[in-house]
Design a protein around this ligand. Structure first.
Ligand code: SF4
Length: 189
């Protein structure tokens, strides 16, 4: 960790491993619930296993996509001020990138480019689950779909904006705060 990272840590909140774990729970729950929704929605035994496993792998790969392609441009890279701990994992996997633009502008550009890669994780279970419910109604699937929606569209954005994003110095320019968050959060919080 260099002097710049120490200064950032001293001027911002630092997260313990247990706090990082808690902050990762809504995303982890979304992936598990989304996998279960796909599994229950698809009638064919082989197809349901393939869809569930692919979604699960996509969810895990999405984490590493962010760690590799976004975190090296974030001011919380290699600090304990990253709310979910990805910034420290990124420091072990890849070097800090030297942006041509200012750090904030560069982060903004990388955010817009890479966040759409993981956005389908929010919508695939909803689309597949609703189509399955229309075809053959199931109380079990409906309940699972509602729990998924509450976690993905309410809890996850709520945790981001009320907790980690609230403390982020990039919040005024962040596309999550301006666009994506509103798109996935029906509460508009
Ligand atoms: S705050 Fe976000 S972009 Fe920054 S290091 Fe943490 S996970 Fe990566």
């Amino acid at each position: 960790m260099n002097n710049e990272h120490r200064t950032i840590e001293q001027s911002t909140r630092q997260y313990s491993h247990s706090q990082e774990l808690i902050n990762n729970l809504p995303y982890g729950a979304m992936i598990v619930l989304g996998t279960a929704v796909l599994f229950l929605s698809i009638p064919s035994a082989l197809s349901r296993w393939v869809a569930a496993v692919v979604y699960l792998i996509y969810g895990v790969a999405g984490i590493f996509w962010i760690i590799v392609f976004l975190c090296p441009f974030c001011r919380y890279y290699d600090t304990r001020s990253c709310p979910c701990g990805y910034g420290q994992i990124a420091a072990r996997l890849c070097r800090r990138k030297n942006p041509k633009l200012s750090m904030a502008d560069c982060f903004d550009e990388k955010f817009k480019r890479h966040i759409p890669v993981i956005v389908p994780l929010w919508f695939i279970p909803v689309v597949v689950g609703v189509i399955a419910l229309i075809g053959a109604f199931s109380v079990r699937l409906l309940v699972l779909l509602i729990v998924f929606a509450v976690d993905a569209f309410v809890l996850l954005p709520l945790l981001s904006t009320k907790h980690s994003c609230k403390e982020c110095p990039q919040r005024d320019t962040c596309p999550w705060m301006k666009g994506f968050h509103r798109a996935v959060s029906p509460t508009g919080v």
